[in-house]
Design a protein around this ligand. Structure first.
Ligand SMILES: *[C@@H]1O[C@H](CO)[C@@H](O)[C@H](O)[C@H]1NC(C)=O
Ligand SMILES: *[C@@H]1O[C@H](CO)[C@@H](O)[C@H](O)[C@H]1NC(C)=O
Ligand SMILES: *[C@@H]1O[C@H](CO)[C@@H](O)[C@H](O)[C@H]1NC(C)=O
Ligand SMILES: *[C@@H]1O[C@H](CO)[C@@H](O)[C@H](O)[C@H]1NC(C)=O
Ligand SMILES: *[C@@H]1O[C@H](CO)[C@@H](O)[C@H](O)[C@H]1NC(C)=O
Length: 424
């Protein structure tokens, strides 16, 4: 009922721009459930789109510029609208071409006359996977949070966005995305059609979102979109624990400055030029943090030497190169006992603490590996922070203030990303 009401109001809104002020509910925060696909290690969320509404599974890509979905196979919707050449939608979605789809006698979503296209890519594969995709609008719904509640009643109404702009890709682009995953949802910082930008502009809130990835493929984590608080069980507000570092580049992707790395008390001798010029990207499309080879080598040696004497290295298990016999690795509330890894950020007093839960991975019976991978020599970037290191940390992306916030492991607070009332 709320949805149809909202739908009506939105159309009304096109004539009277202040319409949101006339509704009595002003959602400032929305959420999506997010869960790891065990086969691809991608993090997957589900949106409701089209008329009639259907659930659509999408891989999360924080640096993605748009939401794209396979329209070639099984896309049915009575409210699908291709973006007409030179329209506002084409502009917002940075169209690169315009015209008629070749099989124009059979128009379908993704293939219409007088429609514009942009380029979409699948970074989960590699940079060779690009395609033109028809820019379009359709109905989408999203679950809001009722900020006046903290307990199990904290879900607010489902809200409808009648004209959500997305890109309609051919089916081949979904290769390797995992079972039933139909596209990707982008939260890039500069795009006018990224998920957070569109929601923020429709509902008039500040462009920010916070990601909390669960470590278990059986349990949902959460993406908060919009305003704080970020409430977990027992009323703990994770936004209180955030410490910030600046976003350092103008790029759809998110870069921050890692100025040095410490392991326990030792500051590692790393190439500062590489750290500053190459920079550090944070990406949900990469499963394990990738380190440039000279950095990997230094981190690996220091990690081994800081392990207790009785923990022996064993033959590596790909894609990892540093593995240990698990027999003497202890476990505590904070995860496996491992040397602390500290990514020192823009300021020597601001560092991200990576404990055993995010640095060691049980790869098979009896073998733990350092869950970082060695990049290619010519990777350009010094570090790409991947999803394993983000698990059970809350990471906030605050676009207007150009900063990224980290909480450190929620295990320090005896909670975790699945431990909230919204998605569990
Ligand atoms: C497309 O439609 C036109 C007009 O209806 C028709 O003349 C033409 O043969 C059709 N082409 C194909 C490939 O079906
Ligand atoms: C990109 O991925 C495809 C499919 O997985 C693979 O066939 C191709 O070799 C890859 N290319 C590069 C440059 O890695
Ligand atoms: C929010 O929660 C309060 C308290 O339970 C309730 O009275 C109110 O109707 C809720 N608002 C919406 C929009 O669901
Ligand atoms: C440090 O990194 C820069 C940039 O990649 C490189 O040009 C330079 O040779 C490196 N210095 C050393 C001592 O390896
Ligand atoms: C780990 O150490 C135990 C005890 O020394 C030994 O029995 C086992 O074979 C070792 N495992 C591996 C994978 O080396």
């Amino acid at each position: 009922m709320y949805s149809s009401c909202y739908f009506y109001l939105f159309h009304f809104c096109l004539l009277f721009i202040t319409c949101l002020a006339q509704t009595n509910f002003h959602p400032k925060t929305f959420f999506l459930a997010v869960k790891q696909d065990p086969s691809t290690l991608q993090y997957i969320t589900e949106i409701q789109q089209r008329t009639p509404l259907v659930p659509v599974k999408l891989a999360v890509h924080v640096g993605g510029e748009n939401l794209w979905v396979d329209c070639q196979t099984g896309f049915k919707s009575s409210t699908y609208k291709p973006a007409r050449c030179n329209s506002r939608q084409c502009n917002l979605a940075k169209s690169t071409s315009c015209g008629d789809c070749k099989t124009k006698n059979k128009t379908r979503p993704g293939c219409n006359s007088n429609a514009c296209y942009n380029i979409v890519s699948n970074p989960a594969l590699n940079n060779t996977f690009y395609s033109g995709a028809e820019i379009a609008e359709d109905v989408m719904t999203i679950q809001s949070i009722n900020g006046s509640n903290t307990g199990p009643e904290s879900r607010g109404p489902v809200v409808t966005i009648p004209n959500f702009i997305f890109s309609c890709s051919p089916s081949f682009l979904t290769q390797n995305l995992g079972k039933d995953v139909k596209g990707m949802i982008g939260f890039g910082q500069q795009s006018s059609v990224s998920f957070v930008t569109q929601l923020a502009s429709v509902f008039k809130f500040s462009r920010q979102f916070a990601i909390c990835l669960s470590a278990s493929p059986q349990e949902n984590g959460i993406i908060f979109i919009g305003h704080r608080p970020y409430l977990f069980a027992l009323g703990f507000d994770a936004s209180q624990d955030l410490f910030y570092t600046p976003i350092i580049r103008s790029s759809p992707e998110y870069y921050l400055h890692v100025s040095s790395i410490r392991i326990n008390a030792k500051t590692l001798p790393l190439n500062n030029t590489l750290l500053s010029l190459g920079g550090t990207r944070i990406s949900t499309a990469v499963p394990y943090t990738v380190l440039e080879p000279s950095i990997y080598d230094t981190v690996s040696k220091a990690f081994i030497s800081e392990m207790p004497e009785n923990v022996k290295t064993v033959s590596p298990v790909a894609p990892f190169k540093t593995c240990f016999n698990s027999s003497f690795i202890g476990i505590s509330r904070l995860g496996y006992n491992a040397p602390g890894i500290y990514f020192v950020l823009h300021d020597p007093n601001v560092f991200w603490t990576i404990t055993g839960a995010n640095s060691l991975l049980l790869v098979k019976q009896g073998v733990f590996c350092l869950a970082f991978v060695e990049g290619k020599k010519a990777m350009g970037e010094a570090i790409v922070i991947g999803s394993y290191q983000m698990q059970n940390n809350l990471v906030e992306f605050d676009l207007p203030r150009r900063r990224i916030g980290f909480t450190n492991s929620l295990f320090f607070r005896q909670t975790m990303c699945s431990d909230q009332f919204y998605t569990s």
